[in-house]
Design a protein around this ligand. Structure first.
Ligand code: GLU
Length: 443
């Protein structure tokens, strides 16, 4: 197989959500696994709703997820290509001018409904004479342009769904160009896919019908079409579709609450796949788990609570090298021993700040600790140098001196040293706190 070329094609009319991220990641992992390329294409032909801020935000979001596009293109800079393709289609008789107003089309649909017919456009415009067209134009009407579909079954072998087909006879000829001259998504997408040599179009299953139409346009313009894969969509926990407009689970919001990108990527990719959902630490490992042909056909539920658990599990296994720069950015002074001591107690990376403070001495010791017990413990405390054996050796001595054991022995020490009932293993924490601080806290 030649190396795949794929694209992720968001319209920059909002920020991307976890479902869009699923599409981006499935494309990226597919391309990288095949040694191929990933194109970020902004579908910004809607000049009113698309903004540069949203486009830049989407780039930030996918970079954060670990996706590095090989090329970035903007449809708003490529209208010449679309005009040229439209002219070719007109010359071939595949793109025809229509003059119906929205109200007239609505009336046609109502008449069809009354006769129990499907609401398929009747191609009345194909029969217009030049005089009739001139009369419409004289009235001030501007044409919109429809693609003349072949009435046939369009078939393809879907990378996810296997053998697939769309019956074109049950579809209206799609409008490619509106009366105001603007392009709908259908044609520019095909033109760019051809121009960029896209080999695989991987997108949500809400695009299956588009694929039936677009394969016809691909074949008309270039004689062949790419392969297609339509993945299942993500819903929220109660089964409702996600909305970019409503800002559901935006990648930006997950980043703001300090989620790990690989936790988000792991869930976005593995939910609704044949693999158990788990926190995968790297893109390469995640890529090795993705098999489009084994994605579920049913919609997959995205549960943010599951994300919390994955995030914690991911942090618990991350090496210091992967987090040191981010800890520094969060203003947390850390070194490897500190990280290895505290990582198992973190739900979010930022929680490490609390433990840095505690190690540094910013603790609030609870009232009511047994002063006599702590005095004995202090007397047993060995001198530095300390290592991971120190805690065990010290508490054995305290146990002998005070005859306490279990929780009665350990809890007051933990409370005195950290101010909290729970936390990292004290055998790891004690050497970080150090003798001087420990003595102050026990006194
Ligand atoms: N802009 C389209 C969308 O966001 C792209 C669909 C496609 O991948 O072709 O739905």
């Amino acid at each position: 197989m030649t190396a795949p070329i794929v694209r992720f094609a968001p319209s920059p009319t909002g920020r991307i959500h976890i479902g869009n991220a699923r599409t981006a990641l499935l494309n990226y992992l597919f391309a990288k696994r095949g040694g191929g390329q990933f194109i970020l294409r902004y579908d910004d032909t809607d000049l009113e709703r698309s903004t540069r801020e949203f486009a830049d935000g989407i780039a930030t979001d996918i970079n954060w997820l670990g996706i590095k596009p090989d090329h970035v293109i903007r449809q708003s800079e490529r209208f010449d290509l679309y005009d040229e393709a439209a002219n070719r289609l007109r010359a071939m008789g595949k793109l025809y001018a229509c003059y119906e107003t929205e109200e007239e089309l609505e009336r046609k649909r109502k008449r069809q409904a009354a006769r129990h017919l499907p609401p398929v456009y009747d191609r009345a415009a194909l029969k217009l004479t030049d005089e009739e067209k001139a009369a419409f134009e004289a009235e001030g009407r501007k044409p919109h342009w429809r693609y003349l579909l072949d009435d046939r079954s369009v078939t393809w072998t879907d990378l996810v769904r296997g053998p697939s087909h769309v019956e074109s006879a049950s579809l209206s000829d799609p409008v490619l160009i509106r009366a105001d001259g603007s392009y709908l998504y259908t044609l520019p997408s095909v033109v760019d896919d051809i121009a960029m040599g896209v080999t695989h179009v991987i997108r949500g299953e809400d695009h299956v019908t588009n694929t039936g139409v677009q394969i016809q346009i691909f074949e008309t313009l270039s004689g062949s079409s790419p392969q297609f894969g339509h993945h299942n969509l993500l819903t929220n926990a109660s089964g409702e579709g996600l909305s970019k407009r409503l800002g559901h689970f935006s990648i930006a919001s997950l980043r703001e609450v300090d989620m790990e990108p690989m936790a988000v990527a792991s869930l976005a990719v593995l939910v609704g796949s044949s693999e158990a959902v788990r926190a995968v630490p790297s893109m390469d490992e995640l890529g090795a788990l993705v098999d489009l042909s084994r994605l579920s056909r049913a919609p997959a539920k995205f549960d943010e609570h599951e994300l919390d658990g994955l995030n914690a599990r991911l942090l618990h296994q991350l090496p210091f090298a992967d987090v040191s720069a981010r800890l520094a950015k969060l203003g947390i002074s850390a070194h490897e021993a500190f990280w290895l001591a505290v990582r198992g107690n973190l739900a979010r990376l930022g929680d490490a700040a609390q433990w840095a403070d505690i190690v540094a001495g910013l603790i609030k010791r609870p009232d009511g600790l047994d002063a006599d017990f702590l005095k004995s413990a202090l007397e047993c405390l060995p001198s530095e140098p300390w290592d991971h054996e120190t805690w065990g050796a010290w508490t054995t001595k305290v146990k002998e001196a005070t005859l306490r054991k279990g929780k009665d022995l350990f809890m007051p020490l933990r409370l005195a040293l950290t101010g909290l009932e729970h936390g990292p293993e004290l055998k790891l924490l004690l050497p970080l706190i150090g003798e001087q601080q420990a003595r102050l806290r026990l006194a």
